[in-house]
Design a protein around this ligand. Structure first.
Ligand code: PLP
Length: 475
């Protein structure tokens, strides 16, 4: 065998065309199928095979994909997937992934067009955030990584680049976030070697927004105890209920206390694209860094997270590396300015930027803003329906696109009942909300993220909750 390329390209070409046809059919007929179905044990067993030493025809491996994998995926393409905060993807992004894999570009560095595409995407992100045009940033797997980068850049900004040599131990660095902040933030503190206790989780108010008065108090207490506050994290779209911290007030506190102001806008930052929602995020344009995802509300296929840093030199000071084998030149392929490997922990990186660039270019940012607005409108309508139904109870205010509610029964364990209703809905393939705890109570949580979801889908989900709730409550 000479290479991994086929001897006869025409078979590959024909199969490739069929794969695209099949996947387009899949997208076209999504609504008719179940949202999700569990993978049968027999098929899981079939998937477990020793390392294949001998070749198999692509056609038969593709048949395995069609039989073993495709029917048992997460379901987040489906209009009635409302669980967690999952993006629905889009067909343009899907094709972009094919093109990106075709080029197989490595975006760690060097001088080539795919990196220019990523720089353009970062410039668009900065524009969306209202950041200055010199802002920098990098695409990463998701907001977990983007928030981690934010914490590390904040650490360097506070302690100076020498902290990379000496480490953080014994410095008494402490940061602040809402108690409603995503779990990836305490984890980022852990991974940064600061320890999760160094992230002070500040209580939130009835609307789920960080109590700014308690933040100020805690900073003063920590300073009095000889600690070094360095970071305030604002949440723009909390994972439980979609609450948005008072970002302008947090920016004021950060400025007054000389702290780095980072915003976790994993899905909420996308609301900047919807003119009626943009004011809710006022203050985000004053952040030092923002983490958000293109793969959630912006509908780009997984994975596509993004961190944007107002002052790009801070990011380079945090990650820039000099290694002989990564030597930069003024000309040739080793030129090309700042390399993305100097902006985060990854060296080899794929061409994530293409699916973002093509999605934004084809649909336009305004259309994505309309998707975001539609999700919020559906959430408001769902909340109104919940409020009208005597058997349902709403458990949290609706700031954006997330509605938390539960089925009420006269007696019995309501947490168990509602968890069962959600599992019933999922296993029947009718709809896939998820659950969370709101004030210690188990909630059915519907996050309206998918661009395919309609008012009819909401009605089908609520009707099914009522039906399943009555059946279970009747025993
Ligand atoms: C989803 C989410 C994250 C984590 O983002 P990933 O892309 O899943 O890594 C962080 N913060 C919030 C508020 C989120 O909703």
């Amino acid at each position: 065998m000479d290479s991994l390329d086929p001897a006869d390209w025409s078979d590959l070409r024909a199969l490739g065309h069929r794969m695209i046809d099949d996947m387009v059919d899949h997208l076209q007929t999504l609504r008719e199928g179940p949202v999700w179905q569990p993978m049968p044990e027999s098929l899981r067993a079939e998937l477990r095979q020793p390392l294949p030493r001998d070749p198999s025809p692509l056609g038969s491996v593709y048949a395995d994909f069609r039989r073993l994998v495709q029917p048992y995926a997460t379901g987040n393409l489906h209009p009635r997937f409302m669980g967690w905060v999952h993006g629905g993807g889009n067909p343009v992004g899907m094709l972009a992934e094919l093109l990106a894999a075709g080029l197989n570009a490595n975006l760690g560095g060097r001088d080539h067009a795919p990196i220019e595409v990523e720089r353009q995407v970062i410039a668009w992100a900065a524009e969306m955030l209202g950041f200055p045009s010199e802002a920098g940033g990098v695409l990463v797997t998701g907001s977990s990584m983007a928030n981690f980068i934010g914490v590390l850049v904040a650490r360097t900004a506070s302690e100076g680049p020498a902290v990379r040599q000496t480490g953080v131990s014994g410095r008494g660095l402490v940061g602040y976030a809402s108690a409603a902040a995503h779990g990836c933030l305490p984890r980022a503190m852990e991974m940064a070697g600061l320890g999760r206790e160094a992230l002070r989780m500040i209580p939130f108010d009835a609307d789920g927004r960080m109590r700014v008065d308690l933040l100020r108090q805690r900073i003063a207490q920590d300073r009095a105890a000889g600690l070094r506050p360095f970071l305030v994290v604002g949440t723009a779209g909390s994972v439980d209920i979609g609450a948005i911290d008072d970002l302008a007030a947090l920016a004021d506190v950060a400025a007054h206390e000389s702290l780095w102001f980072h915003v976790d806008g994993a899905f909420g930052a996308t609301a900047l694209l919807a003119p009626a929602l943009r004011p809710k995020l006022a203050g985000i344009e004053r952040a030092d860094s923002v983490a958000f995802d293109f793969h959630k509300w912006a509908q780009v296929p997984y994975d596509a997270g993004c961190v944007v840093v107002r002052d790009p030199t801070r990011q380079i000071e945090t990650f820039g590396a000099e290694a002989a084998y990564l030597r930069r030149e003024q000309r040739g392929l080793a030129g090309g300015g700042v390399w993305p490997c100097d902006l985060g922990p990854d060296l080899s990186r794929g061409f994530r930027a293409l699916k973002v660039w093509m999605t934004l270019s084809v649909y336009g940012a305004d259309a994505l803003g309309q998707v975001v607005q539609a999700g919020c409108d559906l959430a408001a309508a769902l909340a109104a329906r919940v409020d009208r139904e005597p058997e349902l109870e709403r458990l949290a205010p609706v700031a954006l696109n997330i509605v938390c509610f539960r089925y009420r029964a006269a007696a019995g364990d309501l947490d168990r009942l509602n968890a069962d209703i959600v599992a019933d809905l999922q296993e029947a393939g009718i709809a896939a909300p998820s659950t969370t705890l709101v004030n210690g109570v188990l909630a059915i949580r519907a996050a309206l993220v998918n661009h395919r979801t309609t008012a009819d889908d909401i009605a089908i989900m609520v009707d099914a909750v009522l039906r399943l709730g009555r059946a279970r409550a009747a025993g």
